[in-house]
Design a binder for this molecule. Structure first.
Ligand code: URA
Length: 271
């Protein structure tokens, strides 16, 4: 028992140390990048959208799976061409998702930021580097072992007329979330994960249809309220967004505990 406690403390200390190592900022816009597309979808950017009140993201409508009926590749093409909301006209790249399309676990963030818009891949900025470290140190996984996606597939900007500026991120509005939701539903139906991890309040509110914030929701697992495989509930584990850990290192321990819960579930099938 004592030995087990000592090993846990050692693991936790190693995890905290690893997360504390410097995270480098990815190259700025204009530097060499692997961005698949670097042209704006529309010439004139729409006006800045209002920032939604945080508590209004739970859907009042029943959560139903989308009926898009497309393969992941077809779906990615649909997302690239999507103009279902104003975000599609201001983005550089749609950020569809990345990783193993047969993953047991899907991580869901809020929406792409500046770096993700430039690269066309989710979680490639400082938050993404931290997520990679958490995956590696606690779960022994690489980003290519899991699937990573967002609630909205295009970068929500405070001022879409100035897409090259930093600090231009904002949370997606309820309308943008509703317009994008069928894509995530369909991704989940194609992947059929055993577990979803929501990163932060926005994806947790949206996927669990709740108005409660992440600090109240994390620390336990839920059944995802949408049926993906008949008769097999998908577990949902909410945890803090990596950006919250960058702002408040005291949250690292809670995240470690959430990821240990995920690890145990992936190893035993029990939660
Ligand atoms: N934050 C998110 O929620 N998603 C990303 O892809 C990047 C940062």
């Amino acid at each position: 028992m004592k030995r087990q406690l000592a090993e846990t403390a050692k693991d936790l200390a190693a995890y905290i140390r690893s997360l504390d190592e410097d995270l480098t900022e990815p190259p700025p816009a204009g530097a060499a990048t692997t961005a698949p597309v670097l042209s704006r979808a529309g010439k004139s950017a729409p006006a800045a959208a209002p920032v939604p009140p945080a508590a209004s993201l739970a859907s009042p409508a029943p959560l139903m799976p989308a009926k898009i009926n497309a393969s992941m590749d077809e779906l990615a093409e649909q997302v690239k061409a999507c103009r279902n909301c104003g975000l599609g006209s201001a983005r550089l790249n749609a950020v569809f998702g990345v990783g193993n399309r047969k993953a047991k676990v899907v991580f869901v963030g809020e929406g792409p930021g500046f770096q993700e818009d430039h690269k066309g891949e989710p979680f490639v900025g400082r938050s993404g580097q931290l997520l990679d470290k958490i995956l590696e140190t606690v779960l022994g996984l690489k980003r290519s072992d899991v699937y990573i996606a967002n609630i909205v597939k295009c970068h929500p900007m405070k001022n879409p007329a100035d897409p090259e500026s930093h600090g231009n991120d904002r949370p997606p509005t309820p309308d943008e979330i509703a317009a994008c939701r069928p894509y995530l539903d369909e991704q989940l139906r194609a992947i059929k994960p055993a577990c979803i991890v929501t990163l932060g309040s926005v994806p947790t509110k949206v996927l669990l249809n709740t108005d409660k914030g992440i600090s109240l929701m994390r620390g336990r697992a839920y059944d995802y309220p949408v049926e993906i495989v008949p008769g097999r509930p998908v577990k949902l584990i909410p945890t803090y967004h990596p950006a919250a850990l960058l702002r408040n290192p005291n949250l690292k321990r809670d995240t470690w505990e959430d990821m240990k819960m995920l690890k145990a579930f992936l190893e035993t099938g029990k939660i």
